[in-house]
Write a protein that binds this ligand. Structure first.
Ligand code: NAP
Ligand code: ZN
Ligand code: ZN
Length: 350
């Protein structure tokens, strides 16, 4: 017996999201039934709603930065109890046996990972529906623990924005004293600043918006560069050990790669709709690397949450109601975000 729960869905590309109701399966032996408390709005939700990547299946219920409370557990669940404060990010299932799953890189499961929304579920017959909803049922293997110390609403964005920026900082060895540039001060960018600063890096924010300078410094950046001001990047050439690019729109990657010092890495986590060229000789001359990074596995997501618990790192958020989702999406599109919209999921039930 499945149940119907209230949600918000996008009926078609560029159409506003509206209230609907969706089916949630009955919890199986390994499942947790989770009452959603908060869900962040990531720019990937918006890319999907706008069909920017050309692969969205409508109607779409987005949302993959979920914090909630366990309301019931399957009879073989071992790690969680009713009442636990938990998180669900992008991943809700994978094969568990392939080399990628065994290495903790479930997002690259060779059998295809199941993402929390817009993926055809394994062994079932429907597309997954995400956290813009009142509750969700997830296998305990893909559920995270939220450290007690963290405010649950402000912790929600860690489930995607946090892991997506923590993982490349760790992969590329961010350490005390490194010169790290964070490009784009939005949801991911502001968490990248906090996380890189917590690892001891000297952080510079490269932003198109001069108005974000004070915020950048408050979040932990030592320096700020307004990239659209004439000549602004000239003094930055050859400076950075690591550039974390979180930009959601088209921009000049080649110019940005020139800001790396020799042996530096520019890691791209932003997913603009169209690609951008990078000059090969500029990379060869200086042993520079351009890399990509896609979220992070379940174990690494828990490691990130525990790191945030120890260091008191949460997102800066604007808490909204479900009926404000469309207005929030418009502001997100314009870069007017300080620095993550989070939906109070009680408003789905109201
Ligand atoms: P966001 O909150 O909208 O922030 C993006 C920021 O990029 C904006 O605030 C703006 O910052 C800057 N920006 C936007 N358009 C720009 C342009 N054309 N040129 C230069 N700068 C621009 O978005 P988000 O939620 O952080 O997500 C950022 C990107 O990461 C999205 O493409 C999203 O799909 C992707 N993403 C990837 C992963 C992954 O696993 N790799 C995970 C989550 C999200 P300033 O005002 O400071 O310039
Ligand atoms: Zn995301
Ligand atoms: Zn697998």
């Amino acid at each position: 017996m499945s149940k119907m729960v209230p949600a918000y869905s996008a009926p078609a590309a560029n159409a506003p999201l509206s209230p609907t109701s969706i089916e949630r399966r009955d919890p199986g032996p390994h499942d947790l039934d989770i009452e959603i408390l908060y869900c962040g709005i990531c720019h990937s939700d918006l890319h999907k709603v706008r069909n920017d990547w050309g692969n969205t299946h409508f109607p779409l219920v987005p949302g993959h930065e979920i914090v909630g409370r366990v309301t019931s557990t399957g009879d073989q669940v071992t790690g969680f109890h009713s009442g636990d404060l938990v998180g669900v990010g992008c991943l809700v299932d994978s094969c568990r046996t392939c080399p990628e799953c065994r290495a903790g890189h479930e997002m690259f499961c060779r059998d295809g990972a199941t993402f929390s929304f817009d993926t055809f579920e394994k062994g079932r017959k429907q597309w997954t529906a995400g956290g813009f909803s009142a509750s969700i049922v997830v296998d305990e293997r893909y559920v995270l623990r939220i450290p007690q110390r963290l405010d649950p609403a402000r912790a929600a964005p860690l489930l995607c924005g946090g892991i997506t920026t923590y993982s490349p900082l760790r992969q590329f060895g961010c350490k005390r004293g490194d010169e790290v540039a964070v490009v784009g001060l939005g949801g991911l960018g502001h968490l990248a600043v906090k996380l890189a600063a917590s690892l001891g890096a000297e952080v510079t924010v490269l932003s198109t918006s001069r108005t974000k300078e004070n915020d950048a410094r408050r979040l932990g950046a030592k320096r700020f560069v307004a990239t659209r001001e004439p000549g602004a990047l000239d003094a930055e050439v050859g400076r950075y050990d690591l550039i974390v690019d979180t930009v959601s729109g088209p921009h000049d990657l080649d110019k940005q790669a020139g800001l790396l010092r020799s042996f530096g890495t520019m890691v791209l986590v932003g997913l603009p709709p169209s690609g951008a060229p990078v000059d090969v000789s500029g990379l060869v001359n200086g042993n520079k690397r351009v890399a990509g990074s896609n979220i992070g596995g379940i174990a690494e997501t828990q490691e990130m949450l525990d790191h945030c618990g120890k260091n008191g790192i949460v997102a800066d958020i604007e808490l909204i109601r479900a009926d404000q989702i469309n207005a929030a999406n418009q502001r997100l599109e314009q870069g007017d975000v300080h620095y993550r919209f989070v939906i109070d999921a009680a408003s789905f039930r109201a």
